[in-house]
Structure formats: C-alpha cells, structure tokens
Unconditional design. Structure first.
Lengths: 420, 111
C-alpha cells in the first residue's frame, strides 16, 4: 500500500504515459560518440547556471567558468550589468583571463582584462580598449575587435549563460512555471556558503541519477538513518510524497518525521549536541513566506529537489537552507561535481557549528555516492546488460534520460537536414 | 611551559590543541585521515563531554570578534565534529564505501 497518494493512474510513472514503464538503456552514459553529440545538443543549447549574483558583489567583479567546450568570463560591468564573454583574446585566441594556470578557474575584481600574450586590453563591456603597436597591423579597426559575447541572464539571483548564437527560448520561458515559481524564494537571505568540488570517474548523468531518487538512501546510506538497529534499517521502504515534471525539468518532494522530532536514543550524540545533521540545522531561521517551495502542499515536507535541466539541482530544505549541485562533464566517463550549501549567516558560534555539522555530514555521505558511482560507471561500461529496470520512485531518472535522448535526437535530425 | 592556547577553564583540553586547532576543513580532514582510530577515540572521549560547555562559552562572543583563545576553542569543536563521524558513525577514519573518491571543501565561512 502506498504511503502517499499517487495519481489516478496508480503510479507516478503511468501518469506520464510518454515515459513508458519498460527497461531503460544507459548507453547514453558510456558512449564517447553520444557525449560528443550531447555537448552540442545540450551544453551549447540549454541555459546553464554558472553561479550566483552574490559572487559578483561589486561593479568590476568577475569569475571564470569552464563549460564543456568553452571557458566563459562572467562579470559585472561598470554599470552594474552582469555579462558573459568567451574567455578568448580576439588577437590570437589565447585564453584571456586566468591565474596561475590556464586550466584553473579564477575570480576577482578588475576594471579591464589584459591578455598575458600580447597585452591587448578589454573593458568589462567586452570592448577592445588597447592594441599593442596598432600601426603594425593591416586595416585593423579596434572598435570591431571586442570579446565574443555569450547570452547571459539572471533569475532569482542565479546567473545563467547560453552558448547558442540565438537561444531558442528566453531564460524565463526555458525555466517554465514549476521552477519559475521559486522566483520569490528568499535565496538572497542565505549568503553563508560552503563549496565542495569533486572530480568523479563517472558520466555526469550517472551522478545526477543518484540525486534524483531516494530509493538508494536506506541501502547505501544506512548509517545516515541513525545509530540504532531500529533507525538503521536498510530495508526501510522509502517513498517520496510528490513528483512533478515540467518540460525538461523535474522535481520530487520528500516527507517524513524530521530528526528534531526523533527520540534521542535514535540520534548520534553529535546530532543532539549540534541540533543538526543530514537534513540541516534543526532550528530554522524565520524567513516568512517561501514562494515556490512545497508546491503540492505536503504535510511534514522535508526537501524539495528541483532538477533544472541539464545539470543544476536546487534542494530546498524545510529548515530554511538550500543546496545546489552541478554536474560538469569533462569526458564521456568523467565529470566535476560541485555542491554548495547556503545558510542564513550564523549569528554566533552555536549556529555556526550547526551549519558546520550539516556541511560535514554532506561530505561524509557524498563520499559514499562518489565512491559507489565510480563502480556504477565501471558496471555500465561492461555492457553485461543492455537495459535496466526502473521503479516508480526512479521516475525522474527515466524522465532525465528520455529528455537527454530527445534533445540529442532533435539535434541529430537537424544536423542531418543540414541546419544547425 | 608554552603559553596556553585555550581559555583557562578548558585547560584539560590543552594537550589536544596543538594537533586539532586547525583553521580550515582541508587541514582537519588531513589530520583525521593520518590519525589512528585509538588517537581519534581518545580525542573524542576527552573533548565531547566538554563540548556543550565550550559551545556556550564561545557563543557569548560575536562570531566576528572572538578572542583568540575562543577562536581556537571553536577550531577544536570543528575538529571534534569532523572526528565524530569516524567515532560515532564509521568506526574508522575513512568513510565506508568511499573508495578512492575525494571531495574537497574549497570555500567555507571563517572562523
């Protein structure tokens, strides 16, 4: 018997007949050829979140961001507008902004960008402002030689770029109504940030798949449940309360008894000490209304997990903090995972330690995923099986791979017809 | 006798301060990974009973104006929480099932 009301069709999956209920191939996660298509079909067409506007606190603030196939500079120009450019000098194609190594990221504050190679300079608006020895060139018109702009827009403080020459949709149309409803959520109040980075030996989708279902939590993260045999039951039947799809995006809401309501004997001593843990600090700051959160009005909701296509995940916690995940592919079987935790700034040591314990907990359990998914990639690449069963709690995995396949398929058909 | 690192009423924890008063998570993580389980257990057993008292002591100060000895006590508490996973949860320094994976904390609030 279902613990939560499912749609009239009886299951979440059958509520979306286009998804089917059959076994699913993960060839899209092990094929180098598919990855080449995916970079063009998805990462050069979709809106990609590259950071938060708080990372550009002043006019002249900038950071670089390596996307699959392109490094971009994101900056706040002297008029306060956030812009993005290809991180490439117009003269000889040198990577323009870097520090220490061109393979790393950098950030800072500048009034102009200067190429290390031949000293060409660019304003924060991308215009070329200086050419070294211009009289040595032939018919050079400096005013026509600015940086190549990248489409850039901001939603709810999240900065997005789009590498297409002309994006097919505006950012707001792209995000749709389900994600767009979070526009008024008080992200801007949660500015205390912890950032984590991992280089993983798995396809970016393999990692994303683990974080869009909770079916794996009792068996893999048994220890997360608590110290006692009653709490630590790997056969605990996890069910999410609500699933929702909107275009390429998807979300799940969890529900259950929050740790702060558990009997003390089922808690780890440090959970009781810090009043914090895997679902965050127990004592939530009062943030008033939370537009867009818990869209289905679940009682005792725990986490809203929004998967913004293609590679951003926003986790809204009922205790008034939030987390983002990003999965940046670096090859068909490697990616960089980024996890960022955001809290209302701690006012004292007790709050700081509650945040710290949540951040420690994030890494402890994240390492279990990183380690295990290395093995998933190995297993998939063995091709012992062609297709795999997915249950109703894994509906978002099914939707994700279908969406990726649809985007890549559309791109491949367009390319066949000669248009790009 | 070297100068005390911690507030006087936490003098019994002084013997752990040189090892575990570390300002950043990467330093604390490295220290956990190079410690033996008996070392982690001994640090935990000594500090955990005083933790609530230490939190209350540090919490009297504004976070951005902690006296130096209170800031070191907070660093010791950060280390205690990181070590608590080895002691309370995994019963080994390493995370179970982590394999060769690593996750780096690249940004954090201070202190």
């Amino acid at each position: 018997m279902a613990r939560f009301q499912k749609p009239a069709e009886g299951t979440w999956t059958e509520h979306h007949p286009e998804l089917g209920t059959g076994f699913v191939s993960f060839e899209d996660s092990i094929s180098p050829a598919f990855y080449e298509l995916e970079r063009e079909a998805i990462f050069r067409r979709a809106w990609l979140n590259v950071g938060r506007s708080e990372q550009l606190p002043r006019n002249g603030s900038y950071f670089t961001r390596q996307l699959p196939g392109a490094s971009v500079i994101v900056s706040r120009d002297l008029g306060g507008r956030i812009r993005a450019f290809h991180n490439v000098c117009r003269h000889r194609g040198n990577k323009l902004v870097w520090d220490g190594t061109p393979r790393g990221e950098t950030r800072g504050n500048a009034r102009q960008f200067v190429c290390k190679y031949h000293g060409w300079r660019y304003g924060l608006d991308g215009a070329c402002t200086y050419v070294h020895q211009p009289d040595q060139f032939f018919d050079l018109r400096r005013e026509e030689l600015g940086l190549a702009p990248v489409h850039c827009d901001t939603w709810a403080g999240f900065v997005f770029v789009n590498l297409a020459r002309e994006p097919q949709q505006s950012l707001r149309d792209y995000l749709g109504t389900m994600v767009g409803a979070l526009e008024g959520y008080p992200f801007d109040r949660m500015t205390e940030r912890y950032s984590f980075r991992a280089e993983n030996n798995s396809n970016w989708k393999v990692f994303s798949d683990a974080f869009q279902e909770y079916y794996h939590v009792p068996p893999l993260h048994t220890h997360q449940l608590g110290p006692t045999p009653e709490a630590r039951n790997p056969e605990y039947p996890f069910e999410a309360a609500h699933y929702q799809l909107d275009g390429p995006h998807r979300m799940v809401t969890t529900s259950g008894t929050h740790k702060h309501q558990w009997p003390k004997e089922h808690l780890y001593p440090s959970e009781a000490l810090t009043r914090s843990g895997s679902t965050g600090p127990w004592d939530a700051p009062d943030l008033g209304k939370l537009p867009g959160a818990n869209p289905s009005g679940i009682t005792r909701w725990g986490i809203d997990n929004f998967q913004v296509f293609p590679n951003l995940e926003i986790l809204i916690y009922e205790r008034n903090w939030y987390v983002t995940y990003h999965y940046w592919p670096t090859s068909h079987n490697t990616h960089v995972f980024e996890g960022d935790l955001y809290f209302v700034p701690a006012r004292g040591v007790r709050e700081r330690l509650a945040h710290e314990y949540a951040a420690i907990t994030f890494k402890e359990y994240g390492l279990q995923d990183c380690g295990t998914l290395d093995g998933t990639q190995m297993g998939l690449e063995q091709r012992a099986f062609g297709e795999f069963p997915l249950n109703d709690q894994e509906i978002l995995v099914r939707h994700f791979h279908k969406t990726v396949g649809d985007w890549v398929g559309a791109y491949a058909r367009e390319r066949e017809r000669g248009g790009r | 006798m070297t100068a005390a690192l911690l507030p006087p009423q936490f003098a019994e924890l002084e013997r752990w301060a040189a090892t575990w008063c570390l300002a950043t998570e990467p330093e604390r993580w490295a220290q956990r990974m190079r410690s033996s389980m008996p070392e982690l257990q001994a640090f935990y057993d000594a500090c955990f009973p005083r933790a609530e008292e230490a939190i209350a002591w540090c919490d009297r100060f504004p976070l951005d104006a902690l006296p130096a000895d209170a800031e070191r006590l907070l660093q010791l508490l950060h280390s205690l929480l990181l070590v608590s996973y080895a002691v309370e949860v995994w019963r080994q320094p390493e995370v179970i099932h982590a394999g060769s994976a690593r996750i780096d904390r690249i940004l954090e609030p201070r202190p």
